[in-house]
Design a protein around this ligand. Sequence first.
Ligand code: OGA
Ligand code: MN
Length: 199
Amino acid sequence: MKQRAMGIEFIIDGLVKNGFAVLPQFLKQHEVNALAQVMQERKNLFHQAGIGRNACHAVLEQIRGDEICWIEPTDPLAATALAQLAELKYALNSQLYLGLDELECHFAIYPVGSFYKRHLDQHRGEDTRVVTIVLYLNPAWQAHDGGELRLYLGEEQYMDIAPVGGSLVVFLSNQFEHEVLVSKRERLSLTGWFRRRLI
Ligand code: OGA
Ligand code: MN
């Protein structure tokens, strides 16, 4: 079986058994570098991330300190990663019947010292986000760089995942509270949500 097909099977297996999966090397090193480069070139397009939508939207740096830039589905410079994520979506729909529609995604930069407190990836009164994906774009991440994704498996039980370049974290959006621990180095990712069709 091809490496990529094996990766997708590994993710599906993890989702079925545990509700989440962490796949190292979803992207190759040169693909990670290319996307990190695109992010650096767009740095002036990033804006402070908020919490909630519309009237609830507020920038609360005590809760999250990342800066984001939305990615259009047709973005030519993100095409390789988007195509691979579309393959994943296809597999999730055909094997798990999740009925996923579009991928809503953005680049995120966590400046030195920033974090994102414990939360669930759903806007109040809205449950169209079904599967969360986080693809890390940090070459040579070291343990002392911090910035781990802390995924809560129970109230007090958790797992820490280092944002190592090329690795992909996938989890069911409404099942796992999570947080980003203080990052001691600039931390880059492509974060997104496969949404369910609104019927
Ligand atoms: C988010 C988020 C996790 C990460 O953007 O909602 O939780 O590891 N990101 O970047
Ligand atoms: Mn989140």
